[in-house]
Design a binder for this molecule. Structure first.
Ligand code: ADP
Length: 186
């Protein structure tokens, strides 16, 4: 099963991806986690993306696409995956779509977690993960970037008929229950 877990910063993509991963036995691939690991390990990629991430802006499309393409070539993703944080722009969605076509694969679901902006800000500021981009100013930038550059991705997948909207308010279990129902429905 190939799934995209989509939503604004703080929507709970990472949390829900882990639950899907456990139950359905498909690995999660988070571009944010990959970038944070690269920064921690001070790799060339890490040095390139650090200041961009710290500002709350997006890493350039070609850099992200190359990273994801390479990662997905690993055998562990051969039977499916959950994408968390990618695609985040329409060009990224187009590049990913090209890749699927080339491989003769289909996307099973595009799960969009819907959460109001005020709640997102609250969740991020209270999660206390110590991320350098989790300050009120940076979150504001990230939400703006989401609305301008990332939200248009929704239309791309609506046109493909795989778009599923999920209410992202409630307990973690409630939200997961909604996702599971979508993934197991016909
Ligand atoms: P969140 O969804 O809470 O913003 P992520 O971990 O998904 O957190 O992303 C953190 C940061 O990593 C983003 O603000 C951006 O700078 C960078 N990033 C992650 N994924 C992408 C992507 N697909 N394209 C561009 N930048 C990305």
């Amino acid at each position: 099963m190939r799934i995209i877990l989509f939503g604004p910063p703080g929507a709970g993509k990472g949390t829900q991806a882990k639950l899907i991963e456990e139950e359905f036995n498909i690995p999660q691939l988070s571009t944010g986690d990959m970038f944070r690991a690269a920064i921690k390990n001070q790799t060339t990629l890490g040095k390139k993306v650090k200041s961009i991430m710290d500002e709350g802006k997006l890493v350039p499309d070609d850099t992200v696409v190359e990273l994801v393409e390479e990662a997905l070539d690993a055998p562990e993703y051969a039977n499916g995956y959950i994408l968390d944080g990618f695609p985040r722009t329409v060009p990224q969605a187009r590049a990913f779509d090209e890749r699927l076509k080339k491989k003769g694969r289909k996307l099973n679901a595009f799960i969009s977690l819907e959460v109001p902006d005020e709640e997102l800000m609250k969740r991020i500021l209270s999660r206390g993960e110590g991320r350098s981009d989790d300050t009120p100013e940076k979150v504001k930038v990230r939400l703006e970037v989401y609305n301008e550059e990332t939200a248009p991705v929704i239309n791309f997948y609506k046109q493909q008929g795989v778009y599923k909207e999920i209410d992202g308010m409630g307990t973690i279990e409630e939200i997961y229950g909604r996702i599971k129902a979508e993934l197991t429905a016909g």
